[in-house]
Design a protein around this ligand. Structure first.
Ligand code: MIC
Ligand code: SF4
Length: 650
C-alpha cells in the first residue's frame, strides 16, 4: 500500500512503535531549533544533562523574541548565555538582528524529508518546504539535542486537497483562516495536515509556510506540503538546490480524513477577537475603525508578503491613514535587505509606516501595544486576550493584503475594494544571501566559558509526588485556556524566562493576580481546567512556573499536546475527568486528595480524586504510557534521563 508524505518521513525516522494513529511512537530528530525565550531553558536543561556536544545533524539557536532589552540587563544576559552555550555545545547561533527563527530556518536550513524539533509552537512553518517540523517544550528539544528520540502519539493524517486558483487579493492567510473557521482551535488536535491537490502548485514556499505556520492554531501536531518544483525554485534562489529532494505522496496513499478547499471560492477572511478561529469574512466587519495595523510575525513577513504590501502602497500612492499607527517588521535580515534593495523601504517610509526590528516584536507583546480598548489589525497568528500588551484591546488577524488596505482607509477594508489590479509577486531568482550573523560552533569548545549573568536562575525539577497528594484547588478555569493565560508574554514578563523564581510570580497573573501568592501560602495544590487546557505556545514556563509554586496535578476535560508533554516533563500530573460533568463538582478552594498508590500506565488506569470538601469521589484517567509514568514518578524528565544516562534505569 502506498504511503503519504507524513508516513514516508516517519517511517524512515521511527525508533519505537508502529504508525497506528493514537499509539505512542518515537522518532529520530535530524534538526533542532530554539529561540531565546525558550532556548535559555533548553540549553540549561542540556547542560544539566552533562553531555559535551549536541548529537543532531544540525541545531540552531535563534534570538528573536526578547530583543527589546527594555528596563534591565536580562535580555542581553540571556543573549550572551545563548551565544556562549551554542559555541560550546556545537550549535549554530543566529544573532539578534538576523530574524525570526521560523523565517530564517525556512530560508537557510530546513530540508525536505528531514525531521525538525523546535522549542516554539510555530516550528511547523518549515513544513512549507516539506520538513516534518514539530513544536515542543525546551526540555524535549534538549533531549533531542542529547540524541534521544522524540516521543509523541502517532497522529491521524488529514489530507487537505487544494483545488482551483486563488482570486486576486485572496492569499495563503485566507486559506488557513478558512480551515480555522471550519475546524476551530481544537480541530487539529492529534492530527497532521498534509496538503496536496492541483492548487498546491500555485503556492510558493513562503505562502505554504504561512499555512503550515498557522496550522499550530488548529492545535495540529504539524502540517506539511510536498517538495516539488516550487520547493526547488525556492531552494535554488537560496543557493541550496543541492539540498533539495522531491517528496510526494504515493498515488495510492491513504488518509484518515480528507478536507477539500476550492481556492477559487475563498474571499478575504479575518479572525476576530479573541481567538484565531473566530473567523468572519472581511466584508462582515468592514468599516470598523482601526487604531493600529501591524505587518510582520513568522506568519506573514516574507519577501512575498512585504512586497505585496509595498506594491499596494506604491500603486495607490496612498499614505497610512492619519488615525492609524502602522508598523512593518520583516521576518529576516534577508527580507529586509531585499526590500531595501528593491526600494520598498522608501515606499514604506513615504507611506508613513513605522519601521520595526526584524524580530517577533508586537506579536509577543514586545512593544507596539494598542491604545486602551483599541482595535488592532495584524498579519500575525494569535489574538489571544491580552497578548498584545493591552488587556482590553481588540485584535484581528488578517492577510497582508487586508492589513494594507485597512491601514490606508483607517477602517477594516476588503482589499478588493481598492480598485487596483491584481498584484503578482514572484520569488527572485536569487535572494540576498548573507549568513554573516549566523555563527558556527567553536572549533575548540573547551576554550569557551559559558556566560551566566546574575539574572539566570535555573530550577529543572522537583521532589517526586509520592503515593498520596493532597491540597487545595488553587484555581478553576474554563475551556481553551492558553499558555498566554498561564504565563503571559510581553516586555515585563518575557525577560524573566531564564529566572524561574522571578517568572513564577506571574503565573496566572492575567486571570488572578493573587495566584502565585496563594499557591506559595498553601504550599501548592491543584488547578482545574476545561477543554483544550494549555493551548497555544510551547513555553514550558507554563509548566515550570506552576511546578515551582507547588502545583501537583492539573485536572481538566482535555489537554493541548505540547502543554500536556511539558506538564509531564516537569512532574505535574495531567488528569482527565472520566465524566466531563464532574468538572462542575469541584470548586476553587475545595480540598482534594489523590491516591497514587496504583498509578500505572494505560488508558484504563483510573485515579480517584477525593473531594474532601464536598465528600465525593471523582474518577479521572491519564492515559500515560510507561515512560511518562516513570517520568512523573521520578519527579520530572531531567531526573529520569539523568538516572538513565548514569545507567540507573534501562
Ligand atoms: C508565541 O508565539 O507564543 C511564542 C512566544 O513564540 C511561543 C514560545 C514562547 O512562549 O517562547 C510559542 O509559540 O511557542
Ligand atoms: Fe515570534 Fe510571534 Fe512567531 Fe511566536 S508567533 S515565533 S512570538 S513571531
Amino acid at each position: 500500500m502506498g504511503l503519504n508524505i507524513v508516513q514516508k518521513i516517519i517511517k524512515t525516522h521511527l525508533v519505537e512503535g508502529d504508525m497506528t494513529p493514537g499509539k505512542p511512537i518515537a522518532i529520530r530528530i535530524d534538526q533542532t531549533l530554539t529561540q531565546d525565550a525558550t532556548g535559555t531553558m533548553a540549553y540549561l536543561h542540556f547542560e544539566a544533562m552533562g553531555l559535551p556536544k549536541v548529537q543532531t545533524e544540525l541545531s540552531v539557536s535563534y534570538v528573536d523574541h526578547n530583543t527589546l532589552q527594555a528596563g534591565g540587563p536580562e535580555n542581553a544576559n540571556d543573549h550572551l548565555f545563548l551565544q556562549t552555550a551554542a559555541a560550546k555545545f556545537g550549535v549554530f547561533f543566529s544573532k539578534a538582528g538576523n530574524g525570526i527563527c521560523h523565517q530564517v530556518h525556512l530560508e537557510r536550513f530546513a530540508v525536505p524529508g528531514k525531521t525538525l524539533l523546535g522549542s516554539d509552537s510555530h516550528t511547523p512553518t518549515a513544513g512549507g518546504i516539506g520538513s516534518l517540523a514539530i513544536g515542543a517544550g525546551g526540555m524535549d528539544v534538549a533531549l533531542a539535542m542529547a540524541g534521544e528520540p522524540f516521543y509523541l502519539t502517532m497522529p491521524k493524517v488529514v489530507r487537505v486537497n487544494l483545488y482551483g486558483k486563488l482570486r486576486p487579493f485572496v492569499s495563503a492567510k485566507d486559506i488557513i483562516l478558512e480551515l480555522l473557521r471550519r475546524l476551530s482551535v481544537k480541530g487539529g488536535v492529534g492530527k497532521i495536515f498534509e496538503y496536496g491537490g492541483e492548487g498546491v502548485k500555485y503556492l510558493s514556499v513562503p505562502e505554504r509556510a504561512t499555512i503550515t505556520n498557522m496550522g499550530a492554531e488548529l492545535g495540529a501536531t504539524t502540517s506539511i506540503f510536498p517538495s516539488d518544483e516550487q520547493t526547488y525554485l525556492f531552494m535554488k534562489a537560496q543557493g541550496r538546490e543541492s539540498q533539495w529532494r522531491p517528496l510526494q505522496a504515493d498515488p495510492d496513499a491513504t488518509y484518515d480524513e480528507v478536507i477539500d478547499i476550492d481556492l477559487s471560492e475563498l474571499e478575504p477572511l479575518i479572525a476576530c477577537p479573541h481567538m484565531p478561529d473566530n473567523v468572519k469574512k472581511v466584508k462582515e466587519v468592514e468599516g470598523l475603525r482601526v487604531h493600529q495595523v501591524a505587518i510582520g510575525s513568522c506568519t506573514n513577513s516574507s519577501y512575498r508578503d512585504l512586497k505585496t504590501v509595498g506594491e499596494m502602497f506604491k500603486r495607490t500612492g496612498k499614505m497610512v491613514h492619519p488615525l492609524v499607527s502602522a508598523a512593518i517588521s520583516p521576518g529576516s535580515k534577508q527580507v529586509l535587505r531585499m526590500m531595501d534593495k528593491e526600494g520598498y523601504y522608501d515606499v514604506f517610509l513615504r507611506a508613513g509606516f513605522r519601521i520595526l526590528e526584524n524580530a517577533c516584536g508586537p506579536c509577543i507583546g514586545m512593544g507596539f501595544a494598542p491604545p486602551s480598548g483599541g482595535v488592532s489589525v495584524r498579519t500575525f497568528n494569535r489574538n489571544f486576550y491580552g497578548r498584545s500588551g493591552t488587556k482590553d484591546a481588540e485584535v484581528y488577524l488578517a492577510s497582508p493584503e487586508t492589513a494594507a488596505a485597512t491601514a490606508m482607509k483607517g477602517v477594516i477594508t476588503d482589499p478588493r475594494d481598492l480598485g487596483i489590479e491584481e498584484i503578482k509577486v514572484f520569488l527572485p531568482e536569487k535572494f540576498e544571501i548573507d549568513d554573516s550573523m549566523i555563527y558556527a560552533p567553536a572549533a575548540d569548545p573547551d576554550e569557551v566559558e559559558i556566560y551566566k549573568g546574575p539574572t539566570i536562575n535555573y530550577v529543572g525539577y522537583k521532589e517526586p509526588l509520592g503515593d498520596k497528594v493532597e491540597g487545595e484547588v488553587l484555581l478553576k478555569v474554563g475551556d481553551n485556556i492558553t499558555t498566554d493565560h498561564i504565563i503571559p508574554g510581553g516586555a515585563k514578563i518575557l525577560p524573566l524566562r531564564s529566572n524561574i523564581p522571578a517568572i513564577s510570580e506571574y503565573v496566572y497573573s492575567v486571570v488572578d493576580e493573587t495566584f502565585a501568592q496563594r499557591a506559595k501560602e498553601k504550599g501548592g495544590g491543584f488547578i482545574v481546567g476545561g477543554e483544550n487546557y494549555g493551548q497555544g505556545s510551547s513555553r514550558e514556563h507554563a509548566a515550570i512556573g506552576p511546578m515551582y509554586l507547588g502545583v501537583k496535578a492539573v485536572i481538566a476535560k482535555s489537554f493541548a499536546r505540547i502543554h500536556h508533554a511539558n506538564l509531564i516533563n516537569f512532574g505535574i500530573l495531567p488528569l482527565v475527568f472520566v465524566n466531563p460533568e464532574d468538572y462542575d463538582k469541584i470548586d476553587q478552594g475545595d480540598l482534594l486528595e489523590i491516591d497514587l498508590s496504583n498509578f500505572a500506565p494505560g488508558e484504563d488506569n483510573i485515579i480517584t480524586v477525593i473531594n474532601r470538601t464536598k465528600g465525593i469521589s471523582i474518577p479521572t484517567k491519564h492515559g500515560l504510557n510507561e515512560r511518562q509514568v516513570k517520568i512523573i514518578k521520578a519527579g520530572g524528565v531531567l531526573k529520569y534521563v539523568k538516572d538513565k544516562f548514569e545507567g540507573k534505569l534501562q
